[in-house]
Design a binder for this molecule. Structure first.
Ligand SMILES: NC(=O)c1ccc[n+]([C@@H]2O[C@H](COP(=O)([O-])OP(=O)(O)OC[C@H]3O[C@@H](n4cnc5c(N)ncnc54)[C@H](OP(=O)(O)O)[C@@H]3O)[C@@H](O)[C@H]2O)c1
Length: 343
């Protein structure tokens, strides 16, 4: 008898609140595992999908199970798999229901299917709740920075690459995507200039940024342009809905690569001479960047402490019933933290 499964369902487009009810237990195929989920982290895309229905990601079929960030324990491994994972392993993974349209692949359930290429072991000493903050922030950051159709930076290494004298602008460094992007870029040998609210300057510097500026300052564009004097820019990663305007202005005015990757798209009002592209957070899995980050870099960097699971997790509740309330809180805005629900 397979274990009984439960999910937080979105039964029809824009359904509110989630309906918590039974879900099928789906056995894993080759290259997949089933994970007993212990913690899920909440992302802006979760409330955006619920609110906008098929105005966002028009391909979504209903009933659907949302959610991307999983930490848990493997209970079954797909047969015939040449798996680097076994039953009982503690892992994190990026749940891929948004792309696959299969309810079994959404994070917000007790037993989820994960794909091995989007998973990594959790080292001893790192809790499920803190590990759960990583997957979507990391994969979005890595896609933007390292895919050869996006910023095309050199990949991170362990130990970190020596400084290469090139600088990348990462706007919104205290966001979940931002803290991952800064750490990855620094491990890849780049100097990072970033922005945040002043209360988060220390965090952003701890992540590895050499300079951080208040994005609410009236002189932010001029300040960052001045900070780039005598530096070679390799482009920018603009995180957050209001980031593209100032980032376009800055990149237009400084020397170096004229590419801006946007976490919030699609690009519009792009100045002449600049290239702007939207990143899709799981696109690294279709490229060599996926295995390089989830397979080679992340597990070792987490285990030896050179990569930090950030931002700090805040447990917002226990059980699938708590997810709706967590998303309502997330929608009001958080600062340098990730809301997590324990299951
Ligand atoms: N394209 C994709 O696949 C993809 C994937 C993931 C996320 N995203 C998008 O990327 C954005 C960030 O996601 P997230 O999960 O990292 O969000 P998050 O952690 O919830 O973002 C919160 C942070 O955003 C910062 N922030 C708020 N207003 C800002 C502003 N006007 N300018 C700059 N920073 C601001 C805050 O920094 P301070 O506290 O320092 O003020 C706060 O710490 C969201 O809009 C999300 O929808 C896109």
């Amino acid at each position: 008898m397979p274990p009984s499964n439960t999910a937080a369902w979105v039964t029809v487009p824009k359904a509110y609140p989630f309906t918590v009810k039974e879900a099928e237990y789906t056995p894993p195929s080759k290259g997949e595992v089933v994970v007993r989920v212990h913690a899920v982290a909440l992302n802006p895309v979760d409330y955006a999908r619920q609110e906008l229905g098929n105005d966002l990601f028009s391909w979504t079929k209903y009933p659907a199970v949302f959610g991307s960030d999983v930490a848990g324990e493997i209970v079954e491994v797909g047969s015939g798999a040449t798996s680097r994972f076994g039953v009982g392993d503690r892992i994190i993974g990026l749940a891929l229901g948004l792309g696959s349209n299969r309810p079994a692949d959404g994070a917000f359930q007790k037993y989820v299917i994960l794909t091995e290429i989007a998973m990594a072991h959790i080292p001893p000493g790192l809790s499920y709740e803190q590990a759960a903050v990583i997957p979507l922030g990391l994969s979005t950051a890595a896609s933007a920075l390292f895919q050869n159709d996006l910023l095309d930076l050199a990949l991170p290494t362990i130990p970190r690459r020596p400084e290469n004298g090139k600088t990348v602008l990462i706007w919104s460094g205290a966001s979940s995507v931002g803290v991952n992007a800064i750490q990855l870029a620094v491990a890849a040998g780049y100097d990072v200039i970033s922005t945040a609210s002043p209360r988060n300057f220390t965090l952003v510097k701890e992540m590895g940024a050499s300079q951080v500026f208040d994005y609410n300052s009236r002189t932010i564009v001029a300040d960052i342009v001045a900070a780039f004097k005598n530096k070679e820019s390799v482009g920018a990663f603009a995180i957050g809905p209001t980031s593209s305007g100032p980032v376009f202005e800055i990149i237009s005015q400084i020397q170096g690569k004229k590419t801006v990757i946007l976490a919030n798209g699609p690009p519009k009002d792009v100045p002449t001479g600049l290239e702007a592209k939207w990143v899709f957070g799981s696109s690294l899995l279709d490229t060599d960047v996926g295995p390089a980050i989830f397979g080679d870099y992340l597990p070792k960097a987490l285990a030896n402490g050179t990569f930090t699971a950030a931002p700090a997790a805040e447990i917002i509740g226990n059980g699938l019933e708590s997810i709706q309330n967590g998303l309502n809180i997330l929608k009001k805005g958080v600062s340098a933290k990730k809301l997590v629900v324990l299951l």
